[in-house]
Design a protein around this ligand. Structure first.
Ligand SMILES: [Zn+2]
Ligand SMILES: [Zn+2]
Length: 279
């Protein structure tokens, strides 16, 4: 194993979350079981096998490793990856890849696809990703990964297997789709981005940013930069219905110990033990 970029991991039910995020340094997350990742601010060597990525916004600490990732997959003879990017970023990224090809003499095969808030992307028969707008200093998006299952419609619940089969053979749609939000990824955002997508509070796993934690860093200023302060989480603590909340993207102005101390002081029960700090 090559440890070129740090990451932590946690397993929750049937999903593993792997990643690392520090503001203005680098941000990358992936869920191997779903074969997707979020943000390409860095690229641990091990992450190259994940073929589909969603980039939340075009800040360098969320995007800089895109060419490296594309080139590695080509070098390792893997299929060209699919990378979803905010629409405005597609053309500049294509130009950047062309320039790297000129310097490096290596092709950069990849499928860049534009996304916008409201989009819905089918990952597979079982999984769909929805895109919501967040509030940041550049166009930015958050994502929810839904698991979908076909369930028998309630009105047919009392019927026998034979009756259901007959209905189905007669062309009646006896099932309907049910969706369960499994993972939400906020990306960078002021609290409005979280509030605008209530599913973020409902998803089993929420990966969110808390960039600022110190009382001396004022909330109003921070919101202008498009980030979340610990106080915002304290104000909203009753809304988090998630089974697991992973908080990351802390500012480099704080040591790990200071972050832990301030968060534990503000949220002594750590959202009933559901809040994990990734430092
Ligand atoms: Zn960031
Ligand atoms: Zn940013």
């Amino acid at each position: 194993m090559i440890h070129n970029a740090p990451f932590k991991s946690i397993v929750h039910k049937d999903l593993s979350i792997e990643g690392y995020s520090r503001a203005a340094v680098q941000t990358y997350w992936r869920i191997p079981e779903l074969k997707i990742g979020f943000d390409l601010g860095g690229q641990p060597w091990d992450f190259m096998g994940t073929p589909t990525w969603f980039v939340s916004h075009a800040h360098l600490d969320h995007l800089a490793a895109l060419p490296v990732y594309v080139a590695r997959r080509r070098m390792m003879k893997m299929e060209p990856p699919t990378i979803y990017l905010p629409a405005h970023a597609i053309e500049p990224v294509e130009r950047i890849l062309k320039l790297f090809t000129r310097l490096d003499r290596g092709r950069m095969p990849c499928d860049l696809r534009p996304i916008a808030p409201g989009d819905e992307i089918e990952l597979s028969r079982e999984h769909v990703v929805t895109v919501s707008a967040t509030k940041h200093t550049v166009p930015a998006m958050g994502f929810v990964v839904w698991e979908r299952r076909r369930k028998l419609k309630a009105e047919y619940g009392q019927l026998s297997g034979e009756q259901i089969r007959d209905l189905r053979l007669g062309g009646t749609e006896v099932t309907e789709e049910r969706r369960l939000p499994r993972v939400a990824y906020l990306g960078d955002s002021a609290p409005e981005g979280l509030d605008a997508c209530p599913t973020m509070y409902q998803a089993q796993i929420l990966i969110m940013e808390i960039t600022f934690v110190a009382p001396s860093h004022r909330k109003d200023k921070i919101h202008k930069f498009g980030h979340i302060h610990l106080d915002d989480v304290v104000e909203r603590q009753s809304r988090f219905a998630n089974e697991l909340v992973i908080a990351s993207h802390f500012s480099t102005r704080y040591s790990s110990k200071r972050i832990r101390d301030l968060v534990e002081r503000a949220l002594p029960n750590m959202l009933d033990g559901r809040l994990q700090l990734w430092l």
